[in-house]
Design a protein around this ligand. Sequence first.
Ligand code: COA
Length: 235
Amino acid sequence: MCGLTTWSPTFSSVTSGGASCQVGPSPTARAARLDNIRVHDPAEVAGLLGALPVAAPWDVSLDPADPALPLLRDAGFEPYASTFTVSRAIDGMPAAPGADGVRLLTYSNDMAERYEDAEWDALDGLATFKAMGRPTGYAQGAGQGDFTVALRGDRIIGFCFTQVPEGIVWWMAVVPDERQKGVGRMLLGSAARAVRLAGGTHLLADPEDTPDARAFTAALGFRHRGTRELLIKKA
Ligand SMILES: CC(C)(COP(=O)(O)OP(=O)(O)OC[C@H]1O[C@@H](n2cnc3c(N)ncnc32)[C@H](O)[C@@H]1OP(=O)(O)O)[C@@H](O)C(=O)NCCC(=O)NCCS
């Protein structure tokens, strides 16, 4: 789950002594993401941060056992969320039965106001949504990736933004009063069809670690691939 700025990202590689990382937009915070960070001691951390082409805030997404994690904490990076990684093959995904009275539409930017209401309702309380700040950028995201919304009447009650053909589900939620009625399953079924049509074979996601996201991905047959700790160093 993540911010639209990250889709079609541009990355630059930074090295300093024995330290290195790639810098691009963060998918989960209003920050520059330091990916694949390699640092071995505090001096390397200081050197690498000093060599970055963009100012803080910076964030990282690390395996909890990554030796860089304590070094970055000592350098002022603070934990702000945990995520878990899941994936599954599209082949064999059962068809979604559909939720009563709910239709799916491709998102268009003229739905922005209704979309932002839904985004607020559906994501309120999630640490990554808080770290991204508003606007997230998705309200202007029509035409990029597969962006599908679920409507009951005129109200947007759910949304799913997926990078195709890679199948990365970047941003997906259902408003609380419409959960556990099959809307999430409908949205992912639609994403799976779009990915398959574009030649992709799998769905991948890295949602914030909550009981809802765990139960939902398990029910849909996703395989758990590990957890990540997100840390941010503020400006
Ligand atoms: C995760 C989320 C999208 C699920 O949406 P939803 O519309 O409630 O999901 P569905 O009703 O389609 O549920 C599909 C399956 O997951 C199960 N499920 C979903 N949430 C569950 C929960 N909290 N506890 C137990 N099971 C749950 C359903 O029972 C259903 O199983 P079944 O089809 O075998 O009966 C929704 O809870 C949400 O928006 N959470 C906040 C944002 C978030 O975590 N996004 C990341 C999604 S990967």
